[in-house]
Design a protein around this ligand. Structure first.
Ligand code: HSE
Length: 365
């Protein structure tokens, strides 16, 4: 099958190198790049429509990132009956209904396994589990940059800014790292996971989100003194027919798997009615892990895998009023408190008021 690659940044280049090392009966016929690229044995152009009309691609791999023009190009590719593989979680979340509808209308495949979990085959495994069992919950560490920062602050006593700058240098962080540390990147991955797990379509803006930007060395000392590790977690659960979902820092005891996820690692878990709990651990960011998942999606399409991860897209609301947890809450200038169980909704309302510059973390039970 012929592949046209859009974008030659961290993920695009990683994918290209992996594919050319190991052709797997897949061939790159064109690359969309803003500037000329030396040494590529295919069409290289900055004109997407030249690729669409002239390159004879079967699969369009979108590794540009951002919303536009990636959205325009993917829609045009699906309408032209090309299969699409993307690592773009922002786009998949923002245009989930439109892109999955276009996929169905045009009888092609849309895969985005690399959009959640970097190199971990999380979305494909989740879809496989959801096709035979009822998913009760999905949760996990879904952002490599924030995990790198929390781990570096804890095990190497690094300061927050230095750890973030390391994560940027290593190519883990988004172009605007606010998306990583404020939890927006985790939220996009959680929304995709929730949609696939439950065959629904929820909105990003309905999922409350509290990131790690306000964490201090004092918070870290408190957690370590109490044998707790802090991780940024996305979690969703079905409760009596409704879905709760949130992104928030969470505190784990030393024997929890999450406490032993280091550097840019991700760890996603599903809990299903009959299968029980399954966890998936690996590199959540970086050129080759992410490029490998893009390549695996292309392989899956070449082998005839189905259109999308689910065939159900029911609009659903998020309801966090029935999910209860205890919280660590530190208001600025005050000693921290451990609360009695609060609903996720109550906790986020308390900590997202104007002027709250402190930190909060749910306590994993
Ligand atoms: N910025 C993302 C992360 C990249 O740190 O996890 C992978 O999605």
């Amino acid at each position: 099958m012929n592949i046209a690659l859009l974008g030659f940044g961290t993920v695009g280049r990683g994918f290209y190198e992996l594919l050319t090392e190991r052709p797997l009966s897949l061939n790159i016929c064109a690359v969309l790049a803003r500037r000329p690229l030396e040494g590529l044995n295919c069409m290289v152009t900055s004109d997407f429509y030249k690729i669409l009309n002239e390159a004879d691609a079967d699969i369009i791999v979108e590794a540009m990132g951002g919303l536009e023009p990636a959205h325009e190009y993917i829609c045009a590719a699906l309408r032209a009956k090309k299969h699409v593989v993307t690592a773009n979680k922002q786009l998949m979340c923002a245009y989930y209904d439109e892109l999955t509808a276009l996929t169905r209308e045009n009888g092609v495949s849309l895969r985005c396994t690399a959009a959640a979990g970097g190199g971990i085959p999380w979305l494909s495994s989740l879809a496989r589990a959801a096709s035979v069992d009822a998913i009760i919950s999905v949760s996990g560490i879904m952002n490599g940059t924030s995990n790198y920062i929390l781990d570096a602050m804890s095990r190497r006593s690094m300061d927050y800014a230095a750890a973030l700058s390391d994560a940027q240098r290593l190519g883990y962080a988004e172009a605007d790292p606010t998306a990583d540390v404020c939890g927006l990147d985790t939220r996009r991955k959680l929304v995709l996971s929730t949609n696939i797990a439950y065959g629904v379509s929820i909105s990003e803006s309905d999922v409350p989100c509290f990131g790690i930007a306000n964490i201090t060395a004092e918070d870290m000392r408190f957690f370590e003194g109490n044998g707790l590790a802090c991780r940024l977690i996305g979690h969703a659960e079905r409760h009596f027919g409704t879905i709760s979902a949130a992104v928030e820092p969470m505190l784990f005891g030393a024997d929890a798997g999450e406490a032993r996820v280091y550097e840019c690692g991700n760890m996603m878990s599903l809990c299903a009615a009959h299968m029980g709990r399954q966890s998936f651990l690996g590199a959540g960011a970086g050129a080759y892990p992410t490029g490998s998942n893009v390549l695996a999606d292309c392989r899956a399409i070449a082998e005839g895998c189905s259109a999308f991860y689910t065939d159900s897209f029911t609009r659903a609301q998020v309801d966090n009023s029935r999910a209860y947890q205890r919280y660590y809450i530190r208001k600025q200038g005050c000693a921290p408190v451990i609360t009695a169980p609060l609903s996720v909704e109550q906790a986020h309302v308390m900590c997202r008021v104007e002027g709250f510059n402190g930190f909060m973390a749910a306590i994993a039970e």
